[in-house]
Write a protein that binds this ligand. Sequence first.
Ligand code: BGP
Length: 501
Amino acid sequence: MMKSYFPKDFLWGGAIAANQAEGAWNVGGKGLSVADVAKYKPETDVKDYVSQWHVSPAQIKEAMATNDETFFPKRHGIDFYHRYEDDLALFNEMGMKSLRVSIAWTRLFPNGNEECPNKEGIAFYHRLFKSMRENKIEPIVTLSHYEMPLYLVNEYDGWVSREVVEMFTHYAEVCLKEYSQYVNYWLTFNEIDSVFRHPFTTVGVVEEKYSGKQEAEEAIYQALHHQFVASSITTKLAKKIDKTNQIGCMMTRTLAYPLTSNPADVLLAQQHNRENYFYADVQVFGEYPQFVKNYWKEKGIHVEILPGDEEILKLYTVDFVSFSYYMSMIKSVDEEHMEKVGGNLVTSVKNPYLDISEWGWQIDPIGLRISLIDMYDRYRLPLFIVESGIGSIDKLSNGKIHDDYRIEYFKNHFKEVNEAIKSGVEVMGYTTWGCIDIVSASTSQMSKRYGFIYVDLDDLGRGSYNRIKKDSFYWYQKVIETNGAVLYEEVGNPEKVNMHQ
Ligand code: BGP
């Protein structure tokens, strides 16, 4: 019978982000972030990710003119800002070893360009990280998770401006100096590869400001370069401030399979995977892959790389590679004639072998093993799964949520991670996405639930905010308690097992 290969210090945990959980958008001196203008769009198809993520200049103007929270759900989140102690106690009860959170840049620097940080913001994260430690939870901290200051978007064109590099590294240095006493694991930019999928929330690029697609593409590559430089400078600062700090890059793994054995399909899938890896390549190997530079030359894209930038990239590379994994996709030379499905911000040809979530994300546990082996062979660095999970409609019945589909999802994914570890891959941990229900990044819905803990709140912000443990809460507690061994114990039908012992 298969057994658990999870190392004894495996960081089982959960992940949230400030902009989707904290709320308190205008409390404690916090400034407006790009997340505070993200709108809930009930009239837009939830699988139309381009429209869901898109923020137009008119939407920015509308959002800045109102204190409305009903249609700007990230402004209230799940009020983690005020309820984090109770939530951490629940995570502690689940036995979680780690919790991935992000720091909201605008809590420390409301506009992003201030010299001195906002004291109330500094104090909040001291309270939060101290409480995490008291709950025996290892913080995994993302410095930028889709929540950059809106002021920098409006006044500096976001990350296109070189000045933003210094503003970010100043913010990062303050975080590292203030919180390295509690935090050892730092991620710089969440899903840094998503800059082309939603440039507004990642690099503050408002595409309407550019005369055409080429100009917008060039602006995004320039902004991305600035983030690569800022990430390397942050790595340098982190080691100087506390040499035990471990810095990770963070990418979305969008694994692509060829639809057929037609070499043209295989080539297409390889190109997609190579482009997906490009971002981690820069942060692991410290240089741009030649195929990217050739692409810039071919398309006449000019990226300003200042003297010293390439040395910084080369000198200060990451210690580990973290990534989100939700689904896999298919590439085919004939895809325009084929049925499509949604996915984590990408569309793909439907895979007939895979189940699909209510939001159209193709569920592929084996794909996680494939990704782990692939990435470990490529980077030869420890890997950390910092997002993975299933967003679904959870129904309350007599005060309980029987989310067997979530148990099934994670059982299958954890088993594949175990197989990857058995085959020699070094995996640091697994922080499941949205370990507690939070506001969806792409659709701003509450009804797309990921948590082991239900939050009584609907898409229009109505509810008590009460937390309710789902069946999966008790299952995950057992997984952590047995360090994965329970995955291989023959138990009766999950519905029959009394989860509430
Ligand atoms: C990733 C983001 C997370 C998270 C996740 C789930 O892209 O890094 O912030 O939200 O996707 O996506 P969603 O919330 O849109 O279902």
